[in-house]
Design a protein around this ligand. Structure first.
Ligand code: ADP
Ligand code: ZN
Length: 436
């Protein structure tokens, strides 16, 4: 397929032009928050910086960081940078990791956010003539509204399904000829499984591409979804604090997500020291939103761990790319001193031929951490011979030990007994927290 852009001039802009655009916008944005948000002024004064010190992106590092705790602390209006009268929308985080955060939008903020989603849709080949099936949740969650707006902008016929009611999802998908699917990867996997159960083969549906994000997922999961739905699966990233999905998006190259740098400046820092790391280092992603009016964030620490790359992309976009985040620094489990990301467990079980429905339970027994992984047996190789099940479980546990460095206890359970996710999947139950 030919490369397509939604806003070619921006998406393929030279580095020099992009940096001067970012500098100009950053200077303006810093002045905007200094003038309108007492909390920012306070943080900047504490660090001894004033707007005059910020002349361009080379001065970004002088500014203080902002954390999710600041946002919670300033809930609900403390970081609002414009009159509430100018705002037309409120969205909220899913609350995956604690108290929710609310974000505000002016009409211009909504338009720019939807443009970012339009870029993502165009990059996967969506446009006029497509039926865009949006199964992200609608409401306070940004997934549904964001992709819905982007879909309108590129001229797709939009199907605002929202999440849930899987039977109706399948019926509309088949009857109305959905061609683009937008939802969480865990829900895409579930839709693929449900289509199969309903007797459809992957080639029976009219879908051609899917845009899946809002939670971490692995390359193995991508292949699984591509196979079960007969489509190309693309990643999209975003967070409510910086608008929603569309902060970055994947192109045809399927090798990382281009960040919409005309709106968001990305940095990678060492999560422990706050030091800015050179390009190519793994660390915590930090964003500064340089066009937002109502809820601009300066040096916001996302806690997402990733790597940035400026390698030339075959799609022709010059926007910096971020690697698929492995998960948030706070998703990382420390089990008997070993760092474990749930995505590593996902990689192993898909490689070993299991379905992407699993649950991880961490607990503490006699002062020692325990790791239990519940995985479904495949319907095809389903066995009720205890010896067979035990052998399979031991094999899977050994494969996990090779990847993780510690051996979990694997429980193979009957197919369809692990709860399916319609939005963001809850993969981990950490019971240790209950004891603390
Ligand atoms: P919450 O923080 O309550 O989950 P959000 O709905 O705003 O609220 O979720 C944003 C977070 O979701 C991001 O910070 C990131 O951790 C995760 N996320 C979003 N898109 C992706 C993606 N494509 N890959 C991995 N993680 C993602
Ligand atoms: Zn590209």
């Amino acid at each position: 397929m030919e490369n397509q852009y939604y806003q070619k001039a921006i998406e393929t802009m030279s580095r020099e032009d992009m940096e001067s655009l970012q500098s100009e916008r950053l200077v303006k944005q810093v002045k905007h928050v200094w003038d309108n948000v007492p909390y920012y002024r306070h943080l900047m004064e504490e660090k001894g910086v004033s707007p005059e010190d910020i002349k361009g992106i080379e001065d970004l590092h002088k500014l203080p960081f902002l954390t999710k705790d600041d946002l919670r602390d300033q809930y609900p209006y403390g970081l609002l940078a414009t009159d509430l009268d100018n705002c037309v929308r409120i969205q909220s985080t899913s609350g995956t990791t604690g108290r929710r955060v609310v974000a505000f939008y002016t009409q211009k903020d909504v338009d720019l956010w939807e443009e970012c989603c339009a870029r993502a849709l165009t990059a996967v080949g969506a446009g006029k003539g497509d039926v865009c099936h949006v199964s992200y949740g609608y409401g306070l969650f940004t997934g549904g509204p964001g992709l819905n707006g982007g879909s309108h902008k590129v001229g797709c016929l939009t199907l605002p399904m929202s999440s849930g009611n899987t039977e109706r999802q399948l019926q509309f998908m088949m009857d109305l000829g959905s061609t683009i699917l937008c939802c969480t990867p865990s829900y895409a996997a579930y839709l693929g499984e449900s289509l199969k159960e309903a007797g459809y083969k992957p080639e029976d549906n009219t879908l051609k591409a899917g845009i899946f994000g809002a939670e971490p997922w692995t390359e193995e999961m991508r292949r699984d979804i591509e196979k079960s739905l007969g489509i190309k699966a693309y990643d999209i990233y975003g967070l409510t604090e910086t608008s929603g999905p569309g902060v970055s998006f994947e192109c045809q190259a399927q090798s990382g997500m281009h960040i919409n740098e005309d709106h968001f400046i990305a940095e990678i820092i060492d999560p422990d020291t706050g030091e800015v790391l050179p390009l190519g280092s793994k660390g915590e992603l930090v964003f500064t939103s340089i066009t937002k009016e109502a809820f601009p964030l300066i040096r916001y620490r996302t806690r997402d761990i990733t790597v940035l790359s400026r390698e030339k992309c075959s799609c022709g976009r010059t926007l910096v790319k971020m690697r698929k985040p492995m998960g948030r620094s706070d998703d990382m489990l420390i089990i008997r001193g070993v760092n474990v990301f749930p995505s590593q467990i996902e990689t192993v079980l898909l490689k070993e031929g299991y379905a992407p429905h699993y649950q991880i339970v961490v607990d503490r027994e006699n002062n020692s951490d325990t790791l239990d992984v519940y995985v479904e047996m495949n319907p095809e190789s389903f066995s009720d011979v205890v010896k067979d099940i035990e052998e399979d479980a031991t094999k899977l546990a050994s494969a996990m030990k090779t990847m993780l460095g510690i051996k979990p206890k694997v429980h193979l359970v009957a197919p369809k007994t692990i709860e399916r996710s319609e939005g963001k999947a809850v993969r981990v139950i950490d019971k240790r927290k209950l004891h603390d």
